[in-house]
Design a protein around this ligand. Structure first.
Ligand SMILES: N[C@@H](CCC(=O)N[C@@H](CS)C(=O)NCC(=O)O)C(=O)O
Length: 255
């Protein structure tokens, strides 16, 4: 079974279903696919005539193509399976691409825990500007966003950062300056994205806490200079940060 999946992974083209104009959580999946050099199609960025567009996402959410319904993108389709939930997608990819995580049960469970913790941080970063409702405009929840983001910046960023910095510090003792003790993994790629997003959204706060996370910043920079990641960041496949995504820069929320 494992051997069959490995050879599938070497040859097949993945289909990523994610909103076309934002990085969002889709970016965590893109980074993993890019880092292993896996062929993939960002389906919703294709024209509707070619089977793309938002309509393609809606069809997969409803279960078209088999494998059941999905609640929200990102969704990744391989030839024999369709997976949603970002951490679950990355865990699935790790099972196929050992470059994303050595095949070891303990490491795989640890990676998933850390990825889910990054997912919690991402959700809180989103709620800092949309604390009341996803479908409301920011302008309709500005007062609440000011209160929520103040707490996020004052209490939550330091707590998350201190946790992840300590994780790398512990692994450094065994000469592995990564989030998962076995070495480089997809979680490092996700950390790169989260740190980049927070630095974009909250540059003032990020500058203040920079001194507390030297190991995380060094890890972020090492990830950015990985050849395939660096090529991807300079390519048109990379959607830029914007005021529509999860990480948004509203100067009034970052005094
Ligand atoms: N826990 C899910 C969250 C997925 C999610 O919230 N996706 C967003 C885009 S990043 C979305 O389109 N949500 C629609 C909704 O929640 O109704 C994951 O990590 O994939």
């Amino acid at each position: 079974m494992l051997r069959r999946r490995m050879s599938d992974a070497e040859t097949e083209t993945y289909q990523l279903y994610y909103w076309p104009n934002i990085q969002g959580r889709g970016e965590l999946v893109r980074l993993a696919l890019e880092d292993v050099g896996a062929p993939y199609v960002d389906v919703a960025r294709m024209t509707t005539e070619r089977g793309g567009g938002v309509e393609a996402i809606l069809r997969v959410l409803e279960g078209e193509g088999g494998g059941g319904r999905h609640f929200a993108p990102p969704i990744l389709r391989a030839s024999d399976i369709t997976v949603s939930q970002t951490a679950c997608i990355l865990d699935f990819l790790a099972g196929r691409h050992p470059e994303l995580l050595p095949p070891d049960e303990l490491a795989r469970t640890r990676a998933l825990q850390l990825e889910l913790t990054l997912g919690d941080l991402i959700a809180e970063a989103h709620d800092a500007h949309h604390p009341i409702g996803n479908l409301l405009y920011y302008e309709d929840q500005k007062e609440e966003a000011a209160k929520r983001s103040a707490i996020f910046l004052r209490e939550r960023i330091p707590k998350f950062f201190s946790f992840f910095e300590s994780v790398v510090k512990e692994n450094k003792a065994s000469k592995r300056e990564h989030l998962v003790g076995s070495g480089f993994s997809y979680v490092d790629l996700s950390l790169f994205h989260v740190l980049s997003g927070l630095a974009y959204a909250f540059p003032n706060r990020f500058d203040q806490v920079r001194k507390d996370i030297p190991l995380l910043l060094a890890l972020r920079d090492r990830v950015a200079s990985r050849p395939r990641v660096s090529a991807y960041l300079g390519s048109t496949r990379r959607v830029p940060f914007s005021s529509h995504g999860i990480f948004r820069h509203y100067p009034e929320l970052d005094p």
